[in-house]
Write a protein that binds this ligand. Sequence first.
Ligand SMILES: [Zn+2]
Length: 52
Amino acid sequence: MARTIRCECGYVARGDSDEDVITTIRGHMRTDHPALLETVEREDLLGWIQME
Ligand SMILES: [Zn+2]
């Protein structure tokens, strides 16, 4: 089952595993929301994951 995390800006990260989708959303945040990247913990990201 695919995992997705929807960013507040509307971007949707997709992955086949928790690690996958966290890596993808972190890459997006590094580019688009560098300030957010520093404040969001891995635990927060895990809480944002949705199954599709
Ligand atoms: Zn975003």
